[in-house]
Design a protein around this ligand. Structure first.
Ligand code: HPA
Length: 274
């Protein structure tokens, strides 16, 4: 089934187009516990997503659901604080909304950030990881249905994530800020629970470095409409089975909060460099 997203979200896009204080160039989706970044830039206007027509409400703690129009060093930004996850029983056509809105408001670049579990034994909580590829095998069918691969161009753009150009900018920005950034494969997990040790072992053997429950739907959608997309994960915990400790959402938000300063510094440098 091909869903007409422009029809589904017409009222929402019209509303934002009428109310927006600026034309954003760069969109940023802030992952679990990373929303504080919004306090480090100049916010011009904010919308609570629950006040926007047709916007699904997020139900996860730490995801407050706000869209900010902001500026930093003359760059015009669209920030999404709070996401919509597949594991909350939303449809994929809802999960991709930040990327859809960013595209409709003419942003050419989107940076997706997330909290993720570290599968790679070299990673520790607090590390940042740039995605150099992804594994979306769990939702390939749903994504294909949503996006509809009708032309050869879309066929190829579909997996045009991450953008090599933006990834290079991110690497350079990390060097300039003296931040050690890891690189690896982001493995999309549908949730709703964290993984079992056996699932993590499988992901490890198949090349996964970090696991999370977001980003891939938005990234693939953005790539399919020709936006440049990249992803930075905050490794908030050892993935299941790698340490003996039982995983909790609190651990995820606590680590993300701890890393926020380093994360915000890096993202601000990326914004300047783009
Ligand atoms: N698994 C899935 N998603 C996550 C994790 C994890 O270990 N940590 C943060 N988000």
């Amino acid at each position: 089934m091909n869903i007409d997203l422009s029809f589904k979200y017409k009222a929402l896009i019209d509303h934002l187009n009428n109310e927006k204080p600026l034309e954003p160039d760069f969109a940023l989706v802030l992952g679990s516990g990373l929303g504080g970044f919004a306090n480090t830039v100049y916010v011009i206007k904010s919308f609570r997503t629950k006040d926007l027509p047709g916007y699904p409400e997020s139900t996860v703690e730490g995801h407050s659901g706000i869209i900010h129009f902001a500026e930093y060093e003359k760059k015009k930004l669209l920030l999404f604080q709070g996401r919509i996850h597949f594991y909350e029983d939303y449809k994929l056509s809802e999960c991709i909304l930040p990327a859809f809105i960013a595209n409709k408001l003419n942003c050419k670049i989107i940076l997706l950030t997330n909290a993720a579990g570290g599968i790679n034994r070299q990673f520790k909580p607090g590390d940042l990881m740039l995605a150099d590829s992804f594994n979306g095998i769990e939702i390939k069918k749903e994504l294909t249905e949503l996006i509809g691969i009708s032309s050869e161009k879309m066929h190829n753009d579909f997996i045009n994530f991450p953008s090599t150009e933006i990834n290079q900018i991110i690497r350079n920005s990390a060097v300039e800020e003296r931040i050690d950034i890891k690189e690896g494969v982001y493995w999309y997990s549908k949730g709703p629970s964290y993984e079992t040790p056996a699932e993590i072992e499988m992901m490890h053997r198949f090349g996964g470095d970090a696991v999370g429950m977001s980003t891939v739907p938005e990234a693939v959608f953005a790539a399919s409409v020709g936006m440049k997309a990249a992803s930075i994960s905050c490794i908030t915990n050892y993935a299941a089975g790698i340490s003996k400790q039982k995983l909790t959402h609190d651990e995820v938000t606590e680590t993300a909060n701890r890393v926020e300063d380093k994360f915000s510094r890096l993202v601000r440098r990326i914004i300047i460099s783009i």
